[in-house]
Design a protein. Structure first.
Length: 162
């Protein structure tokens, strides 16, 4: 699959809608597309550092809980990545798409148990407030499952829909 075809992080949006304290942005009508040069200098520096020379595919400002965040999407090390940065340059969260094989063994095993009989369609590594979690989405037979897992495989949340 071409990584650019699935660049809008649908798993993150689904997980964030289900978990109000998740931390990363899920996309809203008030999002404003802009050029990186229009952002505060601290944001430009952080995004440039995190992109590590990668072309920024999408950049926008959003307001969440009364705070302005800047969201940059790019391909880093061959993986779609989204970085959210506060106006002072501090990172809110980083999400990176992975393959199921790239999950730590304990996380992969928990994801397989929690999605038994389904096909895993999305996997992301999320770093938010210094904590790494993994988001997994699977579907099949008219069912969809979204899970957030800790690095040790512990299930933080699991949502299922039909």
């Amino acid at each position: 699959m071409n990584p650019m075809m699935n660049f809008r992080f649908p798993l993150a949006a689904a997980m964030l809608a289900a978990m109000s304290a998740a931390g990363c942005h899920s996309g809203k009508a008030g999002d404003r597309e802009l050029a990186l040069g229009e952002a505060p200098a601290a944001v430009q520096q952080t995004v440039t550092r995190e992109a590590a020379g990668a072309k920024i595919e999408d950049f926008k400002s959003i307001v969440e809980d009364g705070k302005t965040l800047y969201v940059a999407e790019f391909i880093r090390d061959g993986k779609p990545t989204e970085v959210e940065v506060y106006a002072d340059g501090v990172i809110c969260c980083i999400e990176t798409e992975l393959t199921p094989a790239e999950l730590p063994a304990a996380v992969r095993e928990a994801a397989q148990r929690g999605t038994a009989g389904l096909t895993i369609t999305e996997v992301e590594r999320k770093l938010s407030k210094g904590v790494v979690t993994f988001l997994v989405e699977a579907e099949g037979g008219g069912r969809e499952v979204s899970m957030e897992l800790a690095g040790d495989g512990r299930v933080i949340s699991r949502n299922e829909s039909k």
